[in-house]
Design a protein around this ligand. Structure first.
Ligand SMILES: [Zn+2]
Length: 139
């Protein structure tokens, strides 16, 4: 029993010895994952241990996946920003456009019209709202 322990100890020492021979530099670095200080074997090492390395790798993969999802979601739904941009350059707006510009519902806009907060002009069957009316709401 004691023999096994002893030989194991020697193995560890030999390992350490070999290790220090192959090490050309020894830099104290901070693990980018857990922030713990460790002695870097190479300049490229960024983690204190393989555990941190793989944990961080998994975390990055997860974030990457999330970003990919977000990107594909934005690609699938590019309309809102495009509409908003077009609407922002118009002088007269429909109720729908006003709602989208203010980030309010159509109902809210109609209620504001009913309360005379927003004045509308009739263009045939359509109600149009002067852009400056919306701007003046904020003055
Ligand atoms: Zn670490």
């Amino acid at each position: 029993m004691s023999h096994i322990v002893a030989s194991r100890h020697i193995q560890t020492l030999t390992g350490k010895y070999r290790h220090s021979m192959s090490t050309r530099l020894s830099v104290t670095k901070k693990c980018i994952f857990c922030g713990k200080e460790y002695t870097a074997k190479t300049l490229t090492t960024r983690y204190c241990s393989h555990t941190c390395n793989s944990k961080h790798y998994k975390q990055l993969k997860r974030e990457e996946k999330l970003n990919t999802y977000k990107e594909s979601f934005e690609k699938k739904n590019p309309e809102p920003s495009v509409i908003t941009l077009a609407v922002q350059q118009k002088d007269f707006l429909s109720i729908d456009e006003t709602a989208s510009l203010l980030g309010a519902s159509r109902r809210t806009i109609q209620r504001m019209i009913a309360k005379n907060i927003i004045r509308v002009a009739k263009l045939g069957a359509r109600s149009i709202i002067k852009r400056s009316t919306i701007d003046n709401l904020f003055i």
